[in-house]
Design a protein around this ligand. Structure first.
Ligand SMILES: C[S@@+](CC[C@H](N)C(=O)[O-])C[C@H]1O[C@@H](n2cnc3c(N)ncnc32)[C@H](O)[C@@H]1O
Length: 194
């Protein structure tokens, strides 16, 4: 069964990539090696919601649930309607928002959330201008508990958010080779100003 749903997901994902390559950013869902690295950055004993931007078919969310995270803590913001239907079927109790993750304030403000434990993003940030990427991370910080991670994976060797901004700390993890395409995981945190 898992093989059949993996195959169906891959076909759905590939079709979405054919339709909108710049929106998808990848031809296939992330593989197990990448989902393991990303999900490890989230503390299962943390409190508060966990947000994913661009969850696609839900491989990262699945890795979080396998780490013991209650699906009710998940808030998934996805552009693609077909993926949203899949996510609603798969993650009972999760909040699925069919919308634009770059409008994160508009999507999340009405929910009156407690501060989030982490934000994960698989958005293809390089398809947007740098100012928009930085604005997204700054807007996201607005919803996050202090010192919690904004976890971004990306296929380029350099961070989509520049190093050296006064309010955003950037840390990079080693390249994950066993992914199509190989990916890097970046952790952004709001710099604590003394
Ligand atoms: C590289 S795929 C990652 C999918 C999934 N997280 C994974 O790891 O397999 C990017 C995803 O972001 C979604 N996406 C792209 N732009 C978006 C936006 N502005 N708002 C919400 N989702 C978006 C795409 O539809 C796609 O599902």
């Amino acid at each position: 069964m898992a093989f059949i749903s993996d195959f169906r997901d891959a076909a759905l994902f590939f079709k979405a990539w054919i339709d909108k390559p710049m929106v998808m950013g990848a031809i296939a869902p992330s593989g197990l090696a990448l989902t393991a690295v990303v999900s490890k950055q989230v503390d299962p004993n943390s409190r508060g919601p966990i947000i994913e931007l661009g969850p696609g078919t839900g491989v990262m969310a699945e890795a979080l649930v396998l780490r013991g995270i209650d699906p009710k803590r998940l808030i998934l913001i996805e552009f693609n309607k077909a993926f949203c239907h899949l996510l609603s079927d798969r993650f009972k109790g999760a909040t699925i928002i069919n919308g634009d993750a770059y409008q994160i304030k508009k999507s999340l403000e009405p929910l009156n959330l407690s501060p989030t434990a982490a934000i994960i993003s698989g958005l293809p940030l390089y398809s947007r201008p740098q100012e928009e990427r930085i604005k997204l991370v700054r807007d996201a910080f607005h919803f996050m508990a202090p010192n919690t991670p904004f976890i971004q994976f990306s296929y380029a060797p350099a961070s989509p958010i520049p190093v050296g901004l006064k309010d955003i700390e950037v840390a990079g993890l080693p390249l994950v080779w066993r992914n199509l395409p190989p990916a890097r995981v970046w952790i952004y945190r709001k710099r604590q100003i003394a």
